[in-house]
Design a protein around this ligand. Structure first.
Ligand SMILES: [Zn+2]
Ligand SMILES: [Zn+2]
Length: 62
């Protein structure tokens, strides 16, 4: 799966994000875990907080 690229506030540039293993039970009922982590610095982002345009691109790519 291709990693989405979002602007990371900690890195100060666009970086790739990956979805860490969900430990909060988001996926237990078949849902999507909204949590993403920067592959470079580990900053956590919630998909709902990311610019809608970027999220749309990601959904089309998936
Ligand atoms: Zn980062
Ligand atoms: Zn989760």
């Amino acid at each position: 799966m291709e990693h989405p690229t979002w602007p990371c506030p900690t890195c100060g540039q666009d970086t790739e994000f990956e979805q860490p293993t969900c430990i909060d039970g988001h996926t237990e009922d078949g849902g999507e875990c909204p949590e993403w982590a920067c592959v470079h610095c580990g900053t956590a982002m919630i998909s709902g907080d990311i610019a809608p345009a970027a999220a749309e691109v990601w959904h089309r790519a998936a």
